[in-house]
Design a protein around this ligand. Structure first.
Ligand code: PGA
Ligand code: ZN
Length: 424
């Protein structure tokens, strides 16, 4: 049984230059693990609460000194020199110590940093790769995920030049992660050339590395994505399909969706999504409806059935309670899993278990504010995610995760989840 000998946190910066928390956990055995937490921008209301300092003179209020102090103070005092049976016991202690439903007292950022650092330390103590440790938490057989990679961005990650957030490419004919990455590279280069020719835009990128030319509307974004696949010499739908993160909570105003200069009620929004599906090889629709539009989600799930995944991000917030409700209502059939939306590994594992029990697909996802920490690659592999969503292939905080996937591929003989979701 591990005991925590030392806990130490510090404030570091994420890929947007905003503060976040990194923690190091050292066990009695001397094994040690360090982990950093990411941060979202297009966040859901039901997410666990990051603790930010609120001092506007420093990082516009986004400092994490209080969260860091909570790790180095209250959390360290409660946990050091204590035997901890396992991850579940640690995470429960952290939740109880916080004592609030949203983890806002100590900060979900402080809590997750400790939860992850402990995971790394225990995997080091056991001399197992991190993905194998994660697999042991869920009882899964590790598998490398299929990639979904940002190509074009809008919404909150790109200054809102178009309402929806991301068009992603899914290299569905790839037989391995490295083949998938090579295909994505070809499409990305073609998309950069199209952005220059059509919009006069150099390859300036959004928060997750997607290209962000001034598209006229969503159709133009989808059309250009297909053109990029063709220009790369690949077959749209057969070699490379599309996934759309509509992120519609962020343009849902007074029960209407403000999209492409139109004002759509829920059923108008569903009808609009269906027109995209009719025209383009789309295999997944993420947050096609707003997080509070519960009444319409079952209808969206019904019409997408057999055509594309109904994937919930802000809608579900990796929150077991929301997932249970969505399963009962048949409101979705895929979970976007972001550990910091819920705040501990154990709760994220519960979310994953619930989704799997309902027969859902699981997409393990990064946040728009990331660090160079690569634990997400191990999580997606250990929990046998169908897909991983990291962002594009141009920024080191994203590449840290892709490169870790490549390392896992090279060092371990694991199956690849690709090939399950080609466009029909
Ligand atoms: P976020 O965006 O990390 O800014 O929430 C990612 C996503 O919406 O999938
Ligand atoms: Zn999303």
């Amino acid at each position: 049984m591990p005991s925590i000998e030392e806990l130490y946190a510090l404030e570091i910066l994420d890929s947007r230059g905003r503060p976040t928390v990194q923690a190091t956990c050292t066990l009695g055995s001397g094994a040690s693990g360090t982990a950093s937490v990411p941060s979202g921008a297009s966040t859901g209301h039901a997410e666990a609460r990051e603790l930010r300092d609120g001092d506007r003179r420093r990082y516009g209020g986004l400092g994490c000194r209080h969260a860091v102090a909570n790790v180095n103070g209250a959390i360290r005092s409660a946990l050091t020199s204590r035997k901890i049976a396992d991850q579940a016991e640690l995470d429960l202690c952290l939740c109880e110590l916080d004592g609030t439903p949203g983890k806002g007292r100590l900060g979900a950022n402080a809590i997750l940093a400790v939860s992850l650092a402990f995971a790394r330390a225990v995997s080091q103590e056991r001399a197992t790769p991190l993905f194998a440790y994660f697999a042991s938490l869920l009882g899964t057989t590790p598998q490398l995920p299929q990639l979904t990679v940002n190509l074009f961005s809008g919404g909150k990650h790109a200054g809102g030049q178009v309402s929806i957030q991301d068009i992603l490419v899914v290299p569905c004919s790839a037989q391995s992660v490295d083949q998938a990455l090579a295909m994505v590279y070809a499409v990305y280069q073609a998309a950069a050339a199209i952005s220059l020719e059509k919009y006069g835009m150099r390859a300036l990128t959004a928060d997750e590395g997607g290209l962000a030319p001034p598209f006229l509307d969503v159709d133009a974004m989808l059309y250009d994505a297909v053109a990029a696949i063709e220009r790369a010499g690949l077959r749209p739908g057969t070699d490379v399909a599309l996934a759309v993160d509509v992120a519609s909570s962020h343009f849902y105003v007074d029960s209407n969706y403000l999209l492409d200069h139109a004002r759509l009620a829920s059923h108008g929004m569903i009808a609009r999504i269906l027109t995209w599906l009719d025209r383009y090889p789309i295999v997944s629709i993420e947050d096609g409806l707003a997080e509070e539009d519960w009444g319409a989600w079952p209808d969206l799930n019904t019409v997408l059935q057999g055509r594309a995944l109904t994937l919930g991000d802000d809608f579900l917030c990796t929150n077991p309670g929301r997932i249970r409700r969505a399963v009962e209502l048949r409101a979705a059939n895929a979970l976007l899993l972001k550990v910091n939306q819920v705040g501990t590994l154990t709760e994220a594992a519960d979310a994953c278990r619930l989704a799997r029990a309902a027969g859902w697909a699981v997409v393990v996802s990064a946040r728009s504010g990331e660090t160079e920490d690569n634990w997400l690659a191990d999580l997606a592999t250990g929990w046998a995610g169908d897909f991983i969503k990291v962002g594009s292939i141009t920024q080191s905080e994203r590449l840290a995760t892709y490169n870790r996937l490549l390392e896992i591929v090279a060092r371990y003989d694991l199956p690849f989840a690709g090939g399950q979701y080609e466009h029909r």
